[in-house]
Design a binder for this molecule. Structure first.
Ligand code: 4AD
Ligand code: MG
Length: 429
């Protein structure tokens, strides 16, 4: 029977066939150990010379790293193996002997690995990261489905910007100008007025000249938007959402977390509620630690890390000055110079994973912001209509998928958290 490595547990002591690639080979004169991978997992195949036909034995001697194979064998329970199973090989059929696979188990430089990203994703570590990315994606859909949200897909080609005009990707839309979406939020606000609780999950693009371990040019964002919901209520959704993601990964990806040597105790601790501090408190805390920062400045990565180090859970920083945040954020009714917003900062130095806020619902205030930010009411007429026809308090947020994957998997740089990263200096492969 043809099965995958992920299914071996259901076939102990049975003869099975697996389509696989050779990951690593070790051999003594009489035994060959073949580390096999098939995308669903890894397993060791053991081939004993005197128990196998000569053709299979000779084939095994010839095969090189990443050669493609059909391997037939008997599944054995083996508690010493990381996966818990081993395969006693009874037959080996070679599909192709791979020639000079460029990525060897030795150390390679980052640029070399990035140039070979199409092959690098076959490695155990990259496999584990991408598996967890997929698990997080599925957990996102489950969470919102179970909580009464509808999935809405905002457009990617847009005539306007959502987060400011400095980092837009420009393109032509026949004779018109168009931009790749940097956030679906404004459309999600329209969707919330039509459908109540909605979320989007799609690629977003920012022509940011940032070359940091937290910035991608193309990244995936989850953007919920909720009618009749204020800032505080939105924070509760956010902490429950992030808790669910972390706990689902612990439950469903134990092998991958082990490959990555992730400290699971730290992840188990990710349980709502999360601590909240105001921007004012954060500034004070940083000043006490000797950071060069004053009220009105935005936080840099070292500032965020210093704040995060005070907590073992993600922390919400709330009530930022209105001048350093987006035009659509609702001012705090008790204090006009700050807005009802929060950034969620991940622990262990992984930085901001969520940005969110309550939105301005008052048509006059929105008109005021439009003129302050020199936004054209004609271009955004549809957005202003939302404040004209039955405006309601509403809130939403955006979670960056790759930064979340980096944090959960304990990966230093976001370039390893997306299959084919687009970076400031990289469009290949
Ligand atoms: O804080 P941001 O810019 O918020 C928005 O776009 C809002 N419109 C979201 C909303 O309220 N609907 O981005 C949200 C999140 C960040 O917290 C971060 O996790 C991620 O998106 N992000 C990036 N991830 C990787 N590379 C980049 N260049 C990113 N820019 C933002
Ligand atoms: Mg932000």
């Amino acid at each position: 029977m043809k099965i995958t490595i992920s299914q071996v547990g259901q076939h102990v002591e049975e003869t099975v066939t697996i389509g696989a690639w050779l990951y690593i080979k070790r051999s003594s004169g009489k035994i060959q150990f073949l580390q096999l991978r098939d995308g669903t997992g890894f397993i060791q195949g053991v081939m004993v010379k005197k128990e196998i036909d000569e053709e299979s034995w000779e084939a095994a001697k010839q095969i090189t790293q990443e050669s493609s194979l059909y391997v037939t064998g008997i599944v054995r329970q083996d508690d010493r193996a990381p996966s818990g199973y081993e395969l006693t090989i009874t037959k080996l059929e070679v599909i192709q002997v791979a020639q000079d696979y460029p990525i060897s188990p030795k150390e390679h430089g980052t640029e070399f690995l990035m140039d070979h990203r199409h092959l690098w994703i076959r490695s155990k570590r990259q496999h584990a990261i991408l598996k967890i990315r997929s698990e997080i994606i599925n957990a996102v859909y489950r969470f919102f489905d179970q909580n009464g949200f509808l999935k809405i897909d905002p457009p990617i080609l847009t005539p306007t910007s959502a987060e400011g005009t400095t980092n837009l990707f420009h393109t032509k839309y026949f004779d018109e100008d168009a931009f790749l979406s940097q956030s679906g939020q404004l459309y999600m606000e329209a969707a919330a007025m039509a459908l109540g609780k909605v979320y989007s999950f799609g690629p977003t693009f920012r022509a940011e000249k940032s070359k940091t371990r937290r910035h991608l040019i193309e990244f995936w964002m989850i953007e919920p938007e909720m009618a009749f919901m204020d800032h505080e209520e939105s924070l509760v959704v956010q902490e429950n959402f992030v808790t669910y993601i972390a706990q689902q990964v612990i439950e469903n990806c134990p092998l991958e977390l082990e490959v990555l040597e992730r400290d699971v105790e730290k992840l188990k601790n990710i349980q709502a509620p999360f601590p909240r501090i105001t921007y004012d408190e954060a500034i004070k805390l940083l000043q006490e630690k000797g950071h060069e920062i004053k009220w009105g400045d935005d936080f840099g990565a070292p500032d965020e890390t210093a704040i995060a180090d005070h907590f073992s859970k993600p922390v919400f920083i709330t009530h930022y000055p209105k001048d350093i945040k987006a035009f659509y954020m609702k001012p705090d009714p008790n204090r006009e110079d700050v807005v009802l917003c929060a950034d969620l900062i991940a622990p262990e130095g992984y930085g901001e994973i969520i940005g969110g806020s309550q939105r301005i619902d008052d048509p006059e205030l929105m008109a005021e912001r439009f003129s302050e930010h020199q936004l054209s009411p004609e271009t955004y007429k549809w957005y202003l209509d939302l404040r004209k026809y039955g405006t309601v308090p509403h809130s939403g947020f955006g979670l960056g998928l790759e930064r979340t994957v980096a944090w959960i998997t304990g990966t230093d740089h976001v370039r390893e958290t997306i299959p084919f990263p687009r970076l400031l200096n990289r469009l290949y492969p």
